[in-house]
Design a protein around this ligand. Structure first.
Ligand code: DAH
Length: 358
């Protein structure tokens, strides 16, 4: 074997054995660098006779090319190995399941609102919204509560500062203004619920200055009280997860409905506990009625053509009843221990098919 062949064999072996890019670089410099062994041989070409150079030239160039190529091939292989190693060692498994005890909890009010929406969606209702800061007009006048009306006092309204025209916005005292907003912006028939926050200047054991209501509104050409009763009954059965429920419609008064009713459900008071669906006691849960002709006229609907019903339910109270939560104020105290106890798993989204509460 010639010296050139022996050198090639040796260099290719070194290249193949290089375990890292820096090792390979060292081998390359030792062979092809300025002072490398291949470069040194190339320099000897200058001192050769023309004849000799003709023979040695191609041999040395061949050697240089093959060594060069081997270095490149090995370099690519090492780079790939390196990448694969990093992919394995630096992998972050984002699919790792979250441990149940580390998840946050869903507040009972949020859970209850999700349940209400699921139930009413099934009955064909969509969700409507309105602002928390309302005009006096929407919160009162449009709902047939003129300025001198005694109902205004009952609402313990939070007023904002007077505007230039002298009117004062309010923190909405109920979700009923969403009825008006819906009827003003959309064409009938209407079938909406509007869950949300409401505010009244009142605070004791059973009242908080902010609480939650869900408003319901149905307007069509032939909507009557039978529909109202059926919807409320279906809602209560679904919400309290009972096969049958007994309800009582008591005459009442709201300026925006005529006739107006308050609805009680049958219950039994057992010590401090309330058991629904049985017993001789009654528990008031909501107000409702047929939308007042004046309200329809306000939004430009002809009461001889369109009619319908509305209802308003206190969400916090419904949540307390369903989940046996005794104290209203605890809802808004932001106590993590309370939330851990009464809250719901964040990944269980209420649905009629999958179960409302578990
Ligand atoms: N807005 C009433 C309140 O907060 C509740 C209410 C009663 C709403 C009767 C209605 C209704 O839509 O028909 O006291």
């Amino acid at each position: 074997m010639s010296d050139i062949d022996a050198l090639e064999k040796e260099l290719l072996a070194q290249i193949g054995a290089a375990e890292s890019q820096s090792e390979l670089e060292q081998v390359r410099v030792d062979a092809l660098g300025k002072k490398g062994r291949v470069s040194a041989l190339m320099k000897t070409l200058g001192g050769m006779s023309a004849e000799e150079r003709k023979v040695q030239g191609p041999l040395l160039n061949g050697l240089k090319d093959r060594v060069n190529e081997a270095v490149h091939t090995r370099k690519a292989a090492l780079e790939e190995e390196e990448l694969n190693r990093r992919l394995v060692t630096e992998r972050i498994d984002v699919t790792l399941p979250v441990l149940a005890q580390q998840t946050g909890r869903i507040h009972p009010i949020s859970q209850t609102i999700d349940e209400l929406c699921a139930i009413f969606a099934d009955l064909g209702f969509s969700v409507a919204e309105g602002p928390d800061i309302e005009t006096d007009e929407m919160n009162f006048s449009a709902l047939n509560i003129p300025p001198e009306h005694p109902a205004r006092q009952m609402h313990d309204t939070f007023y904002l500062e007077a505007k230039e025209d002298g009117s004062r916005d309010v923190l909405r005292t109920h979700t009923s203004p969403v009825q008006i907003r819906t009827m003003l912006t959309e064409e009938p028939p209407h079938r909406v619920i509007a869950p949300g926050r409401v505010y009244r200047c009142d605070s004791d054991q059973t009242h908080t200055p902010m609480f939650h209501q869900v408003e319901g509104l149905v307007i069509d050409r032939e909507t009557h009280m039978g529909h109202l009763k059926w919807v409320l009954e279906e809602f209560c059965k679904a919400f309290f997860e009972l096969d049958s429920i007994s309800m009582r419609f008591r005459p009442s008064h709201f300026p925006f409905t005529e006739p107006s009713m308050e609805v009680d459900i049958r219950c039994r008071r057992d010590g401090g506990q309330i058991v629904l669906g049985e017993g001789d006691d009654w528990l008031e849960i909501l107000g409702c009625g047929m939308v007042h002709p004046k309200v329809l006229q306000y939004v430009g609907l002809d009461p001889d053509v369109f009619q319908g019903f509305a209802f308003g339910v206190g969400i916090d109270r419904m949540a307390m009843l369903k989940y046996g939560i005794p104290d209203l104020r605890a809802f808004f105290a932001a106590d993590l221990r309370w939330l851990k106890h009464y809250g719901f798993p964040s990944l269980d989204i209420p649905s009629l098919a999958g179960g409302l509460s578990r």
